[in-house]
Design a protein around this ligand. Structure first.
Ligand code: B12
Length: 208
């Protein structure tokens, strides 16, 4: 069944993927469907893109199918009784339009009991700063998938410092090219390698 999901992602076949996810949810754990079905499938799409087997339009179709499948999984993942643990403002940094990972992190954080304010993609430093001022989140999450947009994370942290807001919010960063070392280098408080780790790190940051 997971193999079929990977195939549907490869083919960008949204309807087939949705149907497979609906069926899987009767028999499997939602978290397993997410990890074994969708995430592993998307990793294979990424690999095929890198090797020139798939092209950008294929990846966009796969991404759209993935989004639709997430939407079906979301209620199942968030089904457990949750309570308000803290607020997270999250976004993909300026110049970067990748949002699949960020959306997944948002979804898992919500499932983990956090209130999430999602600023979307291509978010300017000014907007991050304004959101921290207005929403007073416990955590600011930033995502970057391009090596060229990673420095934008440092710029946002600088701006928070200049505005006197840095001590009011913990900063957590992630995205495929981002690392623990980079997080330390730019003065972020945490790095999450994947959505599950993002939840663990967020809980640690708020002292849970
Ligand atoms: C899908 C995709 C696209 C889609 C994006 C669709 C969308 N709505 O997101 C499209 C086709 C639009 C696209 C465009 C481009 N892309 Co692209 N894309 C990818 C691809 C194949 C998969 C990314 C993905 O969604 N992965 C699945 C998710 C679940 O994983 P993730 O994003 O890593 O997120 C996880 C963790 O990183 C972490 N995480 C992520 N964010 C955060 C945030 C926090 C706070 C935390 C704690 C954790 C966390 O948790 C997530 C869940 O587990 C990658 C290849 C790859 N292997 O990453 C290339 C890739 C990122 N793209 C790349 C490139 C070059 C581009 C383009 C420049 C291509 C072009 N020539 O136009 C454009 C740039 C557009 C722009 N300005 O942003 C390169 C980047 C190379 C580099 N070193 O910078 C990659 C690596 C492909 C490659 N090997 O060349 N892309």
């Amino acid at each position: 069944m997971y193999e079929q999901m990977h195939r549907a992602l490869f083919d960008g076949d949204r309807e087939a993927l949705e149907e497979l996810v609906r069926r899987a949810l009767h028999a499997r754990e939602p978290r397993q469907v997410l990890e074994e079905g969708l995430l592993r499938g998307m990793a294979r799409v990424g690999q095929a893109f890198k090797e020139g087997e798939l092209f950008i339009p294929d990846v966009i179709l796969a991404a759209n199918a993935m989004k639709a499948a997430f939407a079906l999984l979301r209620p199942a993942l968030g089904d457990r009784p949750t309570y308000h643990r803290g607020r997270v403002v999250i976004g993909t940094v300026r110049g970067d339009l990748h949002d699949i990972g960020k959306n997944l992190v948002s979804m898992m954080l919500e499932g983990g009991g956090f209130e999430v304010v999602d600023l979307g993609v291509d978010v300017e430093a000014d907007r991050f700063v304004a959101a921290v001022r207005e929403q007073a989140p416990d955590i600011l999450g930033m995502s970057a998938l391009l090596t060229t947009t990673m420095p934008e994370m440092a710029r946002v942290i600088d701006r928070l410092e200049k505005e006197g807001l840095r001590s009011h919010v913990a900063v957590m960063i992630g995205g495929a090219p981002v690392s623990e070392a980079f997080a330390r280098e730019i003065g972020a408080d945490a790095f999450g390698a994947n959505a599950a780790e993002a939840v663990d790190k967020a809980l640690a940051l708020i002292g849970n």
